[in-house]
Ligand binder design. Structure first.
Ligand code: CTP
Ligand code: CA
Length: 233
């Protein structure tokens, strides 16, 4: 769709994107999940491929057809996503990625144990609470282990609260994660999730703030790549 009109400004670049939301199993039929549709990550992959990039998409539970020219690696849990991202960022035996984008919603916690058989009402094992343990922070790990020259982009869905507004939370998160760019979504009032439209602000570790106007997820993706391109070597 309009690919011919897009400048091939990502030609020769290796781009790795995570999308979707992880699911953390509780028993063979149940999981803890989140509301990320994966559509923004999907749009990032589609637009990057149309601009000439070599794209790998690590997809956690995304219900969408594979974008043209994109290699998709499907994962379920945070642990699976971590392994796939670590391997693909390093190039999986080939050249390392030039740009890594963590748009997936990674579960912060997972059930401490996974029942091998279905939890049944009235059984001796009927749970009254679900003990949770922390998942690894994949973005922080990617930043820590990145090869020279690899640009790392994080995402954050934020709401303003008593501790600060959306951008203040975004700035603090950017510093905490150590990535080069952070794409911040304002998710107050039920905006964004599962909707075709999006809007975002791209914060740079160099102090820059780039506002992307509300538009389709493809338009937001194009704005994100426009922020990335001048920062790649
Ligand atoms: N992320 C990650 N691994 C995790 C949690 C988050 O890689 N275990 C990544 C997300 O993909 C995203 C960024 O970190 O790119 C920010 O995610 P977010 O959930 O906003 O950050 P958290 O550090 O988990 O902070 P919060 O307590 O606000 O959820
Ligand atoms: Ca989180």
């Amino acid at each position: 769709s309009g690919a011919a009109a897009l400048a091939p400004d990502l030609a020769g670049k290796r781009v790795l994107i995570s999308a979707g939301g992880t699911r953390e199993p509780l028993d063979p039929v149940r999981y803890l999940g989140n509301r990320s549709s994966g559509l923004q990550g999907w749009a990032l992959a589609r637009v990057a491929a149309a601009r000439g990039a070599d794209v790998v998409l690590v997809a956690a539970n995304v219900d969408a057809p594979t974008p043209f020219g994109v290699r998709v690696v499907r994962v379920g849990t945070a642990e699976e996503l971590r392994t796939a991202m670590r391997d693909e960022a390093a190039g999986a035996g080939d050249r390392a990625a030039d740009v890594v984008v963590m748009s997936a919603a990674v579960a912060d916690f997972r059930p401490e144990t996974v029942a091998t058989t279905k939890l049944k009402k009235g059984s001796a094992a009927e749970p009254s609470a679900i003990p949770l343990v922390r998942n690894p922070d994949v973005l922080v790990e990617l930043v820590t282990h990145r090869p020279p020259g690899q640009l790392v982009v994080g995402f954050a869905a934020e709401t303003g609260d008593d501790d600060g507004d959306v951008l203040a939370h975004g700035r603090a998160k950017l510093a905490r994660k150590g990535c080069d760019l952070l794409v911040v979504n304002d998710v107050s009032d039920g905006r964004v999730f599962g909707k075709p439209d999006n809007a975002a602000v791209v914060l740079g570790s160099d102090g820059s703030t780039t506002e992307l106007p509300a538009g389709s997820k493809d338009a937001v993706a194009a704005g994100i790549w426009a922020a990335v391109v001048p920062r790649t070597g």
